[in-house]
Write a new protein. Structure first.
Length: 367
């Protein structure tokens, strides 16, 4: 194997692929990246057995075909440290990878390509093509609510649900739930649900960098695969049953509050400073036309904010974890938001004032 490539052309895919590779690996080959040269194309593959990412680069000059695996992080650090306009010459010589650029020379250890695991191909059951910007929006609006290391392993990921003409993402950690839908050209009659693990979702979002580009999604029995012009991303699915999110959505809330998103966000941020660092609880007091926000902490410090809202129902007092409210307001984009409540023991439903494609449920706290 022997090829030359501009530093910039190699660095971009290498950084993304190295992002998948785990540093602490039980199998040495998993901390390597697989380099394959075929014709005028170089492909780079990284995997941690859960998630696999393949990046493709067109080579400008003719190259000698071959395949080998080399330490991902070291190769990336070498590329990063070279000058921007460097031309890198890479070749395999006696089971070592020789990297030359200008007056720099590096020799890296390798492992045979045959040792490199591939994510098994399952039969794809469903294929659709989406705009990258819309899929990214779907992920950004819901991914913050995924659990991190919950024993209910099926919560450490995101539910993607496909039904006729709609793709919906749902994430919950048991205390809050985020849901966003988008129309998509999918001819699937019955509902099809998959749970994509947390790491898979975060890696997928990193790949969706071209707002005008498209991404092709294949949902198989055990894998999800996403392909853009330069990348193919595969992730295992979480084998489990996601909770019935429709039962969680509050029904029949009779108290509708309309408020300015930015004003609410700033008021919550200020009040949060004096909330209990561990529980982050704040108290909301609703009365006609106004919302009072209060927080206190074990040091007997207090914060209070008053904010004008569009509300003319009965008064209500309810507690929330302020971090959850701030997360929701942080991903919304409209000027006005609506908050639907029923009583102090029921979950709140938050939505953007003028569209229903995203819904957020936050459970109340006892203060």
């Amino acid at each position: 194997m022997h090829f030359t490539i501009q530093r910039e052309a190699l660095l971009k895919p290498l950084q993304l692929v190295a992002g998948v590779v785990e540093r602490r690996q039980t199998l040495p080959v998993l901390s390597n990246v697989l380099l394959v040269v075929q014709g005028q194309q170089l492909s780079l593959t990284g995997t941690d057995l859960e998630v696999e990412l393949v990046g493709r680069v067109q080579l400008e000059e003719s190259a000698e075909p071959g395949e080998i695996t080399v330490p991902a992080r070291k190769l990336m650090d070498i590329c990063k440290s070279l000058p921007n306009d460097a031309l890198i010459d890479i070749k395999v010589d006696e089971q070592k990878l020789l990297v030359k650029a200008g007056r720099s020379r590096f020799t890296l250890s390798t492992l045979p390509a045959n040792d490199f695991p591939t994510v098994e191909e399952g039969p794809g059951s469903l294929t659709c093509t989406l705009e990258q910007s819309r899929l990214r929006r779907l992920i950004e609006r819901t991914s913050f609510a995924m659990a991190q290391q919950d024993v209910r392993y099926y919560l450490n990921g995101m539910l993607l649900e496909v039904s006729t003409g709609t793709l919906r993402a749902v994430a919950t950690d048991g205390h809050r739930l985020a849901m966003c839908s988008m129309s998509a050209d999918i001819g699937q009659a019955d509902r099809h649900q998959v749970i994509v693990p947390r790491k898979g979702i975060l890696e997928l979002a990193r790949l969706l960098t071209e707002p005008d580009g498209t991404v092709s999604i294949v949902l198989g029995q055990h894998h999800i695969r996403a392909t853009t012009g330069e990348f193919t991303f595969t992730s295992k699915l979480v084998d489990g049953k996601f909770p019935d999110y429709e039962r969680v959505l509050p029904k029949g809330g009779d108290k509708l509050v309309l408020g300015d998103r930015q004003a609410l966000r700033e008021a919550f941020s200020r009040t949060a400073i004096l909330s209990n660092e561990k529980y982050r609880g704040i108290r909301l007091q609703l009365a006609a036309g106004q919302l009072k926000i209060q927080a206190n902490n074990p040091e007997q410090e207090e914060a209070e904010e008053e904010i004008s809202v569009d509300y003319n129902g009965a008064s209500l007092e309810i507690g929330f974890n302020v971090s959850y409210l701030l997360d929701v307001l942080g991903v919304m984009t409209t000027e006005q938001v609506r908050l639907i409540l029923s009583d102090s023991n029921s979950s709140a439903l938050l939505q953007e004032a003028d569209n229903d494609d995203s819904s957020y449920v936050v459970m109340p706290m006892r203060l």
